[in-house]
Design a protein around this ligand. Structure first.
Ligand code: HEM
Length: 206
């Protein structure tokens, strides 16, 4: 019998919505700057892309701060605490399910319950993206907005160049995360159930 759980409080849904929209704008304008071409109608014009990217970067920092405080001061934060004991085994089980078991109609190894919102792969990827990639992205982004604070040289290479490369690599990692995140989100109770949950707050268990 399936049971519904209220998993996504309003603040998480508002944060997630702003985060998703801002990330999409940042990705489109980031690509437009990287592959800037005045004759290509598919990319945003360079000056406009820079302006939109900077504004969205600042807004993302603000929305991230709200997420961080939300996770520090509400029970949502406990979903991000990874239990290391047996982690490899749990990741393997979930990976096997996503790659094989799901398509054979097997039961999910870590179904959603009132105490477990994320399966092990979701948990590790969300921790990686929210506690490493996004903060590093906006720290390097702010540094690139104020390059006078960046070290002139590091290991013989330009500090601005290294910061920029790191920023771009992290940006690509977030793009890869996003593709996988959206694909895996279709593997819930039904293809749309997880998308409904992040809008309504209610999650159906498997
Ligand atoms: C159009 C873009 C996006 C869509 C359609 C989308 C979809 C979803 C869905 C359906 C869920 C609920 C299922 C689950 O918990 O896994 C979710 C949760 C989540 N998403 Fe996304 N997402 C998008 C963008 C992003 C981005 C850009 C990030 C981070 C960089 C992100 C990070 C997260 C996190 C951390 C959660 C769990 C939130 C919590 O309950 O604490 N999402 N997303």
């Amino acid at each position: 019998m399936s049971k519904n759980f209220y998993h996504y409080p309003v603040w998480v849904r508002l944060w997630h919505f702003s985060n998703a929209v801002l990330c999409l704008f940042l990705i489109v304008t980031g690509f437009s700057m990287l592959y800037s071409d005045p004759d290509n109608a598919l990319v945003v014009k360079f000056q406009r892309a820079v302006a939109i990217h900077n504004v969205c970067g600042v807004l993302l920092t603000i929305s991230y701060t709200a997420f961080l405080f939300g996770n520090l001061f509400t029970p949502n934060g406990k979903n991000y605490l990874i239990r290391l004991k047996g982690l490899g085994d749990r990741l393997w089980k979930q990976g096997y399910y996503y790659a094989y078991g799901y398509f054979k109609g097997e039961e999910a190894p870590f179904p959603v319950t009132s105490d477990r919102k994320f399966n092990p792969l979701q948990q590790v990827s969300y921790v990686g993206v929210m506690y490493f990639a996004i903060p590093m992205l906006f720290v390097t982004g702010w540094a690139l907005m104020f390059p006078e604070f960046i070290l002139k040289k590091f290991l013989g290479l330009s500090g601005i160049f290294l910061t920029d490369q790191f920023h771009v690599i992290l940006g690509f990692l977030v793009v890869i995360f996003l593709f996988i995140h959206i694909y895996v989100s279709t593997m819930g109770k039904s293809p749309l159930s997880n998308f409904r949950s992040i809008i309504t707050g209610w999650q159906e268990s498997h």
